[in-house]
Design a protein around this ligand. Structure first.
Ligand code: NAD
Length: 344
């Protein structure tokens, strides 16, 4: 098996490639990444000497780059994207370009690719997000996102990802293409860019700073360990049904306030470390995943996402890898952090 992974130098891509290395050691992996601000080659430095691993710097929107790479691969995991909601509020254009147009370019590359005189025999898994469903009410905890719910994305990020979901659906119906979509909840784990809430809070506390908590802190997310996500995507690649959508969740719903208090407790800090800041514009209240379809049809459920153990292990990773996040958080990003989250 030769897998083409897009966005492999980002948080989930890095962990996914490492997961494939550990669990499918014979597979070849090509990582196509444009190395935007969140792509970091340092994450996979130790794989560079591995003859079964190849890195290609390139843009998923560039058909001339993508086409030959798809043709050489047996399958594609498409996860390259602009991924941060706050940035999509500041400027949504790169999101539409990479997330929607980039997905269209990937789909066309798969459609046009040939193996000899036959169509390309591979499958593309599109790694989408639960945010495409919109927001659930806090008052109705029994409701969770199901795959047959309408897409009601609220942020420019979620809308640009939903554009990808709709194109994947259209390419299945129009061309009978072998495509599958996954919609996962909030990931946590090593190598996450420290603009996202868990690494931002943990590294701020390690720097002796406060943590900026949005609004009243009651927004709820379902937290999944990135290795659970990786295993689920691999399961969908190998056993999923073409044209289907599979939700992936951690069975781990927490409010931001609960998340913050747990991090503070695990790091020996008090509530004086919390700084309440103005809420994110259009902040979705609650995301919650009904993961029964993937469990029923493919026999997969999360096993690595239980708290506080998985969260504690993640905090330990950032504690141990200070150099990694110091480099990421310093220099060109400092200005962004200070503007977005304040410098305290
Ligand atoms: N982080 C989460 O909690 C989460 C949850 C569900 C789904 N997802 C999805 O998973 C995927 C990966 O998310 P992440 O958190 O690892 O993001 P990330 O920002 O850490 O990584 C994204 C990677 O994509 C690359 N990239 C961006 N635009 C590109 C382009 N035009 N061409 C080639 N490469 C490009 C970046 O350089 C980066 O390496 C995204 O598609 C995201 O929507 C993320």
């Amino acid at each position: 098996m030769h897998l083409l992974i897009t966005g492999g130098a980002g948080f989930i891509g890095t962990n996914f490639i490492r997961f494939v290395r550990r669990n499918r050691p014979g597979w070849k992996v090509t990582n196509l990444d444009v190395l935007s601000y969140s792509g970091n080659l340092e994450n996979l430095r130790d794989l560079e000497s591995d003859p079964r691993y190849t890195f290609v710097k390139g843009d998923i929107c560039d058909a001339a780059t993508v086409g030959p790479l798809v043709e050489k691969a047996d399958g594609v995991i498409h996860m390259a994207a602009e991924s941060h909601v706050d940035r999509s509020i500041l400027d949504s254009r790169p999101f539409v370009v990479s997330n929607t147009l980039g997905t269209q370019t990937m789909l066309d590359a798969c459609r046009r690719a040939r193996r000899g005189d036959k169509p390309w025999p591979g499958r593309m898994v599109y790694v989408s997000t639960d945010e495409v469903y919109g927001s659930l009410p806090l008052e109705r905890p029994e409701i969770r996102f199901r795959e047959d719910m309408p897409l009601e994305p609220n942020s420019p990020y979620a809308s640009s990802k939903a554009g990808g979901d709709l194109l994947v659906r259209a390419y299945f119906h129009t061309f009978g293409q072998n495509v599958v979509t996954t919609r996962c909840s909030n990931n946590f784990g090593p190598y996450q860019f420290p603009e996202k809430v868990i690494p931002l809070f943990v590294t701020n506390l390690l720097e002796g700073k406060q943590v900026p908590l949005y609004g009243d802190g009651k927004n709820v997310r379902d937290w999944i360990h990135v290795d659970d996500h990786a295993e689920a995507v691999l399961t969908v690649l190998e056993r999923g049904q073409a044209g289907e959508v599979y939700n992936i969740g951690g069975n781990n719903e927490r409010s931001n306030l609960e998340l913050t208090h747990t991090i503070l407790k695990l790091m020996g800090k008090g509530t004086e470390s919390i700084r309440y800041v103005q809420d994110r514009l259009g902040h979705d209240r609650r995301y919650a995943i009904d993961g029964s379809k993937i469990e029923r049809e493919l026999g997969w459920k999360p096993t690595r996402s239980s708290w506080p153990e998985a969260l504690e292990a993640t905090i330990d990773w950032y504690r141990t890898n200070t150099e990694w996040w110091n480099r990421v958080k310093s220099g060109q990003y400092r200005e962004y952090y200070d503007k977005q989250y304040g410098s305290r």
